[in-house]
Design a protein around this ligand. Structure first.
Ligand SMILES: Nc1ncnc2c1ncn2[C@@H]1O[C@H](COP(=O)(O)OP(=O)(O)OP(=O)(O)O)[C@@H](O)[C@H]1O
Ligand SMILES: [Mg+2]
Length: 358
């Protein structure tokens, strides 16, 4: 899918070592990734993983110790002086704490990059008014940051970042200071401008729901290394690295309720039933497999937990059932479900509740 001519960002063997009083520490270790034009690319990692350092290497606020950073076909890590400043103008950035100037109004904050570029007042007006309209702040032009909500402040940050018409927007924890509802509205705005301006967006976060909401692909950064990357749906539904699994668990694969987990046995006592987790994704979610099983096999399902998430508009379902039936019939049912491309995990066994009651 990633055609070379569509490449917007290419990071190759990036190493960043800081030397401080305590000696050198390597914060990014051989990071390589590519981001396509028009893509929303997520980078997720725990605190201290090196995320901010990585974005700062993309816009050259930090110099790589080794490796290459290419943006829009130019090796930014080799630029200096006026060329570097020009390249930086092509890369917008928004921050967790917005970084607005408190003494300037909404309009003047958004206009700042254009003032610095020496544009005339009339030109600036022509550029900034539509941007403030785009981010939904046309009625707040004369407000000061202190008079705005967090979400509104971030909208100013976005307008300011867009003023220099960047090809790439870097977002470092841009929604981390916002409540969930405001987060969703900012993410929706980012998706809108991604579409309408064909803007490439790099979104840094430690929150999996943010990745799930708008990213096309995601890379997982752990202790300065990319441990996993791929389309968001794939990484969500088949995480390989332990750190990825722990991120995913926050959103899907909810743990079993404790009263159920406590009853679960790994061996199979007499008169017990198997507990299965059935995962269905994409096309398999649209076939009535469970109904088929019940119709064709001597098995009944007691549903213990059920949950359907949508990732990039694709369903990811997860149900936990107690399968009631003779062992052979249950095995045939499991085989049948697997033959329909659903994933089945045997979680354990529970004493047959009906017999316990009888
Ligand atoms: N200028 C610096 N000098 C020395 N060490 C630094 C410098 N900047 C960052 N570090 C170290 O690099 C590591 C990664 O920091 P970074 O800010 O990139 O992490 P992060 O993933 O963005 O974390 P968070 O989620 O908390 O923002 C940390 O251990 C930090 O102490
Ligand atoms: Mg950071």
């Amino acid at each position: 899918m990633s055609l070379t001519e569509n490449l917007m960002i290419e990071i190759d063997g990036l190493v960043k070592t800081f030397t401080s009083a305590g000696g050198p520490s390597t914060v990014l270790k051989n990071v390589s990734l590519t981001i396509d034009e028009g893509e929303i690319f997520g980078i997720i990692g725990r605190s201290g993983a090196g995320k901010s350092t990585l974005v700062r290497c993309i816009n050259l606020l930090e110099r790589p110790t080794a490796g290459r950073v290419m943006v829009g076909g130019k090796e930014v890590s080799a630029l200096s002086g006026a060329d570097l400043r020009a390249a930086r103008r092509g890369i917008g950035m928004i921050f967790q704490h917005f970084n607005l100037l408190s003494s300037r109004t909404v309009y003047d904050n958004a206009a700042m990059p254009l003032e610095l570029a020496g544009m005339s007042k009339a030109e600036i007006r022509r550029e900034v008014l539509p941007l403030l309209d785009l981010v939904g702040l046309s009625d707040k032009l004369g407000y000061y940051p202190a008079e705005l909500s967090g979400g509104q402040k971030q909208r100013v940050g976005i307008a300011r970042a867009l003023a220099s018409k960047p090809k790439v927007l870097l977002c470092d924890e841009a929604t981390s200071a916002l409540d969930p509802e405001t987060t969703q509205s900012i993410l929706a705005l980012l998706r809108d401008i991604n579409h309408s301006l064909n803007l490439t967006i790099v979104l840094i976060t430690h929150e999996m729901p943010v990745i799930k909401a708008i990213c096309d692909r995601v890379a997982v950064l752990d202790h300065g290394e990319i441990v996993e990357q791929g389309p968001v749906f794939d990484v969500f539904t088949s995480p390989r690295a332990e750190v990825t699994r722990s991120f995913v668990r926050d959103v899907i694969d909810r743990p079993l309720p404790s009263h159920l987990a406590e009853r679960l046995k790994q061996d199979a006592p007499v008169d017990s039933n198997v507990v299965l987790r059935i995962i269905f994704t994409g096309p398999s979610a649209e076939t009535p497999v469970i109904a088929d099983v019940i119709r064709h096999y001597e098995v009944m399902f007691n549903i213990l937990q059920a949950n359907v998430e949508y990732i990039q508009a694709e369903p990811y379902g997860n149900i936990v059932v107690e399968a009631i039936g003779a062992p052979q019939a249950v095995q045939e049912a499991i085989d049948y479900i697997r033959s329909k491309d659903l994933r089945v995990e045997v979680l354990g066994h529970v004493a047959d509740t009906r017999r316990a009651v009888a």
